[in-house]
Design a protein around this ligand. Sequence first.
Ligand code: ADP
Length: 752
Amino acid sequence: MIGTHIIITAISFFAIFAMVYFMRGHYSTEELLLTVMVATSNAGTLLLYLSNTVGEALISNKVMYVGGIFIMYLVFLIICDIVNIKIPNWVRIVLVALSFFTLALVLSTGYNDLYYKTESLKVIKNSYGITEFKKSYGPLHIIFLILLYGEFLACLAITIASLMRKNASRRYTITVLVALVFCAAVDVIDRIMDFPIDPMPFAYILVEGILFSLCYVIREFDMSENEYNILEKMSQYGYITFNKSGRYVNSNPFAKETFPELNDIRLDSHITENYPTFYNEIMLWIKNWGGRKSVEKIIELNGRYLSCTLKHITSGANKDNIGYLVEFTDETESRNHIRLLTETNSNLEEANALLEEQKDLAEKYSQDAANANKAKSAFLANMSHEIRTPINTIMGMNTMILRESPNDDITKYANNIETSSKYLLDIINDILDFSKVESGKLDISEDEYNLYDVLKDAYLSLRTAADAKGLKVIVNNDAYLPTKLKGDAIRVKQILLNIISNSVKYTADGAITLSVGGVKADNVFTLKVSVQDTGMGIKQENLSKIFDSFQRADNENRGIEGTGLGLAISKRFAQAMKGDISVRSLYGVGSTFTFTVPQEIVDETPLGRFTGNDQPDKSSHKSYAPSIIAKNANILVVDDAEMNIEMIKILLKKTQINIDSANNGIMAIKMCKEKHYDLIFMDDLMPYMDGVQAFRKLKETDHLNKTTPVVMLTANAVRGQKERYLAEGFNDYLSKPVPAEALEETIRKYIH
Ligand code: ADP
C-alpha cells in the first residue's frame, strides 16, 4: 500500500522534472505550479503515512496542506484557460488570500484549537501498517472546506457554462467535466467508506494528467517555440492556426483584435453556418487547398482587405503536416488609399473628359461664332447693298427735283429728303464699320496723303454744319504741320468728321474751335486735332461710357439723333492706328475732344497756316450746270436694277452723253463686242454673272472694249472693297448712292 503512494509521489516529482526539462515552453505557470503543488501534497501524504508521532504527523500534514491548499485554485485557473473564460483579478486575489489564510491556520495547528482541536490529535497504525492521523476539527476548519468546495463548484460551473456555449469545444470540455466529477466522486466515496488510504493523491494525479494532456494538445498547435514567438511578436501580422482536420487552434493578439469573434472559439469548436464569415472563408480555402506550397489571396470582409497566406505547419524531420497557418496583414488602409487614388484619378479622368467635351463644344461654338460672324458680315454686305440701292434712287431723284423744281416749297421738302437720306447713309456706314471693328477685320491702310486735303474736308464739313446752326467757327493751327504724311487718311478724316459733327450736333449756340497741331519725333509726326465746343457738355459720370458702343449720354441729348456708335468706332480706329481719342468736358459749359495719331512723315515742308479761307461749296442745286457735255460719248451702265440705270440716265441727262445699259455681266460682254464705249459703269452683285467675273471676261479676249476704262459702281460699300476692286483692275470705284457731282467728275476723268 505504501508502495503505491511512494510511486505516486515519485511520479508527481518526476512530472516536475519532465515539465522543466522536456516540455519547456509548452506549459503555463499555473500548470507548473500545479505539478509542484501536487507533488508537495503527495509527498506530505506519504510522510504522514510514515509518521510515528503526532509531532511528525502534524508536520507531514502541514507539508501536505502547503501543496494541497492551492491545488483546487490552480485547477480552477487552468480550466478557465481551457474553456477560455477570463476571471476577474479580484476573484484571484480573494482566493489566494483565503488560501494563505487557511495555510496559516494549518501551520498553526498543534498550537491552538482553531483548525484542529489540539487534544484530539493522535496517530494510530492501521491494519496496513500505515499511520493514521486522528483529529477532530476546530471552528476555522470550515474556511478550508468552503474554499475547497467553493473552488470545486466554480470549476464545475464554468465547465458546464462553457459546454452550453454555442461554439464550445465539447470534446475537451466534457473531458474536463469528467475529471472533475471523478475527483468529487473519489472524495465523497472516501468520506463515506473511510478508506484506510487517502485516494485523493491518485485523483490529483489523474486530474493533473488530464489537464496537462488537454493543455498540451492546445499548445501543440502553438507550434514550435519560434512560431509561438512570432505569433506574439509580429504585431502587424495576424496568425491563426488550425489543426490537421481544419479546426481552429489558436490565434495571436493581432488576429483576435481584427476578429474579436476568435476570442470565443476554442479548440475543436463546432463550426456552424452562421459562424463568422471570415472563418468560413478560411475553412473553405483550407478545404479546397490540396497543394503543399503556400498560397495567397485577398479576402474582402466587412469592408476590410486582408492579404492572407495559407501555409502548412510541419513537424519533425519528415516535415509531417500537423496543421495550417493562416498569416494575414490588414491592407484596408493601403487599399483604401489606392481606391481613393483610383477614384480621384477616375474623377480627374472624368473631369478631363468633361473638359475635352467642353473644349470641343467651345471649339464648335467658336466655329459657330466664326460662321455666325461670317454670316453677319455677309448679311451686312447684303443689307448695305439692299438699302443703298433704294437710297440711291431716292437721292438721285431728289437731286433731280432740286435741280428742276421751280417751286420753293418743293425744293425745301427735297432738301429735307436729302438731309435725312444722308443721315440714313451715315448710319449704314457706321453699322458697317462697327461690324468690321467687332469682327476684328479692321484694316488700316498705309498710303501717302496730303494733310491739307484732310484738314480742308474736315474744316469744310465743320463750316457747313456750323453755318447751318449759326455757330461761330474758330480755327487754330500750327504753321509747321508737315505737308505729306503716310497713313490711313480715310480713317483719320472719318474720326475728325465724327467729332466735328458731334460738336455741332450737341451745341446750340456759341462757337466751335478746331485746333490742329502736333509733335515731331524723328520721322514721325503725332498729329493732334482738338474740337472744342460751347455745347451742353457731358456729365462727369457719363464721360467714361460715351466711347462704348451704343452708349449715349441719354438725358442730355434727348431729341438729338444718334446711334451711340460714332465715338465707339472712332476710338477703335484711333487705337488701331496707335493713336487715341479723349475728352474733357464740363457739363453745361462745353466739351473738348482731342484726337492724336502718329503718322510717318513723307514730306515735312511746312503746310503753312491754315486760314480757313476755303469756303464751303454753296452752289445750290438750282444753279446746276453740267460740268461736262459730250454728245458723242458712249457710256455703258451695267446694273440689274432698272431703277439705278434710270437714275444715272436722268442725272446725266444734261451732259447729253449716250447711255446704253445691260442688266447682267453676260449681256454686257455681248454688247461690248458689238459697240465701242468710252466708259463702262459696272455694278458688282448681279444675277448670272457678277461685275467682277464680267470684268475678267472683258479683259480676257480681244474686242472693241478691251481697253475701255471700267468704273465699279456698287452699293457694296463695306470698307476695303474699294481696294479689292482696284486691285482687281477696275479703273475707279464709286459707291452708291453716288452724288451727281462725283458721277460727272469721274466721267470727266475718263472722257475728254
Ligand atoms: P451719337 O452722337 O450717335 O449718339 P456718339 O458715339 O458720336 O454717338 O456719341 C456718344 C455720346 O456722347 C452722344 O450720344 C452724346 O451723349 C455724347 N457726346 C458726344 N460728343 C459730344 C459733344 N461734343 N457734346 C456733348 N455730348 C457729346
